[in-house]
Design a protein around this ligand. Sequence first.
Ligand code: SDX
Length: 445
Amino acid sequence: MPEEATKTRDGGGGVATAEDTLTVTDNRTGETYEVEITDGTVKAMDFRQVKVDEDDFGLMAYDPAFTNTAACRSEITYIDGENGILQHRGYSIEDLTEHSSYLEAAYLLIHGELPTQEQLDEWTHEITIHTYVHENIKRFMEGFRHDAHPMGMLLSTVGALSTFYPGAKDINDDEERHMAAVRLIAKVPTLAAFAYRHSLGLPYNYPDNDLTYPENFLSMMFRMTELKYEPDDRLSRALDVLWILHADHEQNCSTNAVRGVGSSQVDPYSAVAAGVAALYGPLHGGANEAVLRMLSRIEKKENIPDFLEGVKEGNERLMGFGHRVYKNYDPRARIIKEHVDEVFEVTGTNPKLDLAIELEKRALDDDYFSSRKLYPNVDFYSGLIYEALSLPTEMFTVMFAIPRTSGWVAQWLEMIDDKEQKIARPRQVYTGERDREYVAIDERS
Ligand code: SDX
């Protein structure tokens, strides 16, 4: 084994030694194989040499839902699920939510470093002047029914952006990549606000370049007859914090979709549209919407024991609880809980907050949840804030998609530059029929 230092899984230093190998014996043949261990992983392809005879395809790794499979190397987000740690490019989520704006965090995700003031000003200016969408998008949006789910509208209109910027197909052109990143971060809030206004039958509010990114979103969402929307600093700051918390989360379901679709070398708008589609699901970004519906059904504290019994019997899941990686409290849920009161100072409290706190307490005291290491995740409290902002439940996942756009873009950029990556095409274990005789239709029963 070469003596060069190799990065271990946590990014720490370490020198590869002869022990960084795995020796396996195939008991079918008595053959022994030695495979390298790198960054705490073994290469699945190293097991293809394990055969029973020359005609054997060789061993594959079987891992439905990729519960124990690293699909890439990444420098963007580090999560320690056992200890509830989340860092972006090495900076803790606590520091970023304390000191950064969402746009500053988005810059960090994409460029790998916190921006200087000059870089941040330039980044903010570029995004501000690209918040408009082509007027045809409005007509496209008007084709939806009044009760169309805004995630369905967002999914469609983000994909439609690819038709307005055909140059984005040149994914190896630095300027095209940069402009796609700017346009996606700039325009997704506009599409989100247009979808909201469409569902209410209200005229669209155009972007206001005098406002900050979160203030502009609130203006496009809520401005009515006043000429200038007067944003409340506490609400725009709360949005900044919520959006930093939702910006990226390593290889989650929707990021995996963006990387998988992007691996075909499609344009980034189409790849991000795939991420929107994956986020829509109730087990992923749709959970914040499902949490509020769940709290409405529980209605009052007296109903919590029966509800939790139903969950333990497997009738349904405690939405907003559990996580594939976090086996401890999701640090994002803790930070959201700390900011809930600031929002309620402006909007008035949400009566469901006490119910949610009691539900969390009862679940954490119950062995069913603690034995499965099920804790509140980012979606458990976020919906309470969105509801207090008078957003309809259908808009909650859209509020997740807005900031996750910068994470998807950062992951897409990293993927297309990764020399180890190529088109994603998993294998399968075939369990179906083989070599069947064809049956003419008049002989079929
Ligand atoms: C997000 O990956 C990410 O990073 C996602 C995300 C991001 O920022 O991108 O963090 C955002 O999607 C957060 C998760 C939001 N989803 C929900 O809140 C929906 C409810 N949670 C679950 O469905 C579930 O916990 C998942 C989907 C989040 C994780 O599922 P896993 O890792 O596949 O776990 P599992 O389904 O194998 O569950 C393990 C056990 C099972 O019990 P047993 O079969 O062993 O008896 O725990 C149980 C599950 O039944 N379980 C739950 C539960 N979650 C898991 N039981 C009740 N309620 C739950 N919420």
